[in-house]
Design a protein. Structure first.
Length: 207
């Protein structure tokens, strides 16, 4: 039987998916998408907000200058990432530009999208106002060593930079403290897929 708190809703169940950087959030979201679940990803929204011609991109240039732009006028994400994870004030300034826009676009997408339940991917959910907007929180978890290994393969240039990126986010204990559900993503893809399939059935029953 569905939990009493979910009975009578006139909208899809909203599941906030979060986790530390390089924990495997995109992998988990893709697995849910493969099951036909509606996915709303705030990282995708953030990238769309800084496409050429978008007002947010002009504000980024005003705040950080040409050093974080490519010659063709597009955002140099690697340069911006290196800047904001080395300078807390710069990171806060970028968040002030993007976060209200991300929240507004996310809420609009959830209202327009259908499905029995929706997965809303929010990397920094522990610190986000969107935390109060979701019905359940799913944390993708893995060890710090795994995160650093993945960051070095994907984003970070040095281990020191990888550790600065981790330090800039809420810690593992804080994320787990807000979790209703946890996926352990230290294993292989098949193991993660089995966990997603089990949660899919739970969320369908709750919806």
């Amino acid at each position: 039987m569905p939990d009493a708190e979910y009975i009578g809703r006139s909208r899809p169940l909203r599941v906030g998916l979060t986790g530390g950087i390089a924990s495997g959030k995109s992998t988990v979201a893709d697995l849910f998408a493969g099951l036909g679940v509606t996915i709303i990803d705030t990282d995708v929204i953030a990238r769309e907000l800084v496409m050429p011609g978008q007002p947010a991109l002009d504000q980024v240039r005003e705040a950080f200058g040409d050093a974080v732009f490519n010659a063709d006028g597009t955002l140099d994400r690697a340069a911006l990432r290196a800047l904001i994870f080395a300078d807390d004030r710069a990171r806060q300034e970028l968040e002030a530009i993007l976060h209200p826009r991300i929240q507004q676009a996310t809420l609009k997408q959830t209202q327009l999208a259908g499905g029995d339940y929706q997965i809303i991917v929010v990397p920094l959910l522990a610190e986000s106002p969107l935390k109060s907007y979701v019905d359940r929180i799913l944390v993708v978890d893995c060890g710090e060593d795994t995160q650093i290994r993945r960051l070095l393969a994907r984003d970070a240039e040095t281990e020191a930079q990888a550790r600065r990126i981790l330090a800039a986010q809420s810690n593992r204990e804080e994320r787990l403290a807000i979790a209703d559900d946890v996926i352990d993503n230290d294993g292989d893809l098949a193991d993660t897929g089995n966990q997603v399939a089990a949660l899919h059935e739970i969320y369908r029953s709750l919806a």
